[in-house]
Design a protein around this ligand. Structure first.
Ligand SMILES: *Cc1c(COP(=O)(O)O)cnc(C)c1O
Length: 356
């Protein structure tokens, strides 16, 4: 028997989430964001569940090429653009759409030898101060792009820093509305949070990522619990040993947990080298045979311990859900001081993934 840790990917949940997002997005087309190996789910695994996407957005050329090799002939968007002029050969060969956020990229495209014009997403910095032309330089960038024979369709792109919080999108939207109207560009602005919570941002294309996988853009499951979005990944394992502790006994590296009285704990074959967060404190939720309990002690590389007090019938071989449909990854992430995004995308390569 292989080590019992595994990740199950539900294609039905993916399809369901995409359908739900499409209803939410109205007329806008959907770039399904599959960067970071589809947020840890595996690009190859999710492709069958996301066939109804209008396009796929990602960062790595290797992932773009994989999609082409898997038969995806529709649009692919490079969210971070390209990194040096030589990259344009791949953009041309695989017909990729690329973000353009700097003048050097426009110059590189103008200089390149391409078989066909490249479609670009001209990115404006609307306040996040990560990528994008300053708003007062955008018009100049657009003039240069529209005069360039190597450039085909131009779409205006921006990214929101706070669409998931009370700060919202008012300031960046005001900035975008104040851009010179004669550019007349289609717009692509919304990430998951804006797609869900700010319909005025939907425009021509939306770029949802995390919601496709059934986790919350805000990091709080309650914020999406009523939407009907379904978790796509279930990380599970089994109890491979049981320890009966006496008062004062300690558990794990550093002995950080100390039993107050007699207590059974289960040792689960899952640790931080599987992608479980090492910083998860005692009490981080976990399901044993469907019963909610908490972890105890420090998470090790290959194992963690769980309190079996709420589930006295549990023992060796009991099923453990680390996160999944019955335990939102957001709840685990919150306990560990991070986001579902980080836990999902950190799923380790050694964990076997099963699609169904
Ligand atoms: C990652 C990313 C997205 C998707 O973000 P979610 O919060 O997962 O929806 C959208 N646009 C850009 C530019 C991104 O980098």
């Amino acid at each position: 028997m292989p080590r019992p840790v595994r990740a199950d990917i539900s294609l039905a949940a993916l399809r369901h989430n995409l359908t739900l997002i499409r209803q939410q997005a109205g007329q806008a087309k959907i770039w399904s964001v599959v960067k970071a190996n589809a947020y840890g789910h595996g690009i190859d695994n999710v492709l069958p569940g996301l066939q109804q996407s209008d396009g796929f957005a990602l960062l790595d050329f290797s992932e773009a090429i994989r999609l082409r090799e898997r038969g995806w002939n529709g649009p692919i968007l490079l969210l971070e653009g390209f990194f040096e002029q030589a990259d344009l050969r791949l953009i041309d060969r695989y017909q990729l759409t690329t973000a353009v956020h700097s003048f050097w990229q426009l110059a590189a495209i103008a200089d390149a030898r391409l078989r066909q014009p490249v479609n670009i997403y001209l990115k404006v910095n609307s306040g996040m101060n990560r990528l994008g032309f300053a708003p007062d330089r955008l018009h100049a960038a657009w003039l240069e792009a529209s005069a360039c024979p190597h450039i085909g369709d131009i779409t205006l792109m921006s990214h929101f820093a706070s669409a998931d919080s009370d700060t919202g999108v008012a300031a960046p939207m005001a900035l975008i509305r104040s851009l010179p109207p004669e550019m007349g560009l289609p717009h692509c602005l919304a990430n998951s949070a804006a797609t869900l919570w700010h319909p005025a941002t939907h425009a021509d294309w939306v770029r949802p990522g995390i919601v496709l996988y059934g986790a919350s853009p805000s990091g709080r499951w309650q914020d999406i619990a009523a939407t009907g979005l379904r978790p796509v990944m279930r990380l599970s394992s089994q109890i491979i040993a049981v320890q009966s502790l006496q008062a004062g006994d300690r558990v794990g590296y550093g002995g950080r947990f100390r039993a107050a009285g007699a207590q059974r704990i289960g040792i689960v074959a899952c640790g931080y080298a599987d992608g479980y967060p090492r910083h998860a404190p005692g009490g981080t939720p976990v399901l044993v045979d469907g019963v909610r309990t908490g972890i105890v002690g420090t998470v090790s590389m290959d194992m963690l311990a769980v309190d079996l007090s709420p589930c006295p019938a549990a023992g060796i071989g009991s099923m453990v859900e680390l996160w999944g449909p019955a335990l939102p990854v957001d709840d685990v992430a919150q306990a560990a001081g991070t986001l579902g995004y980080e836990l999902l995308s950190a799923l380790a390569p050694r964990v076997p993934v099963v699609t169904g």
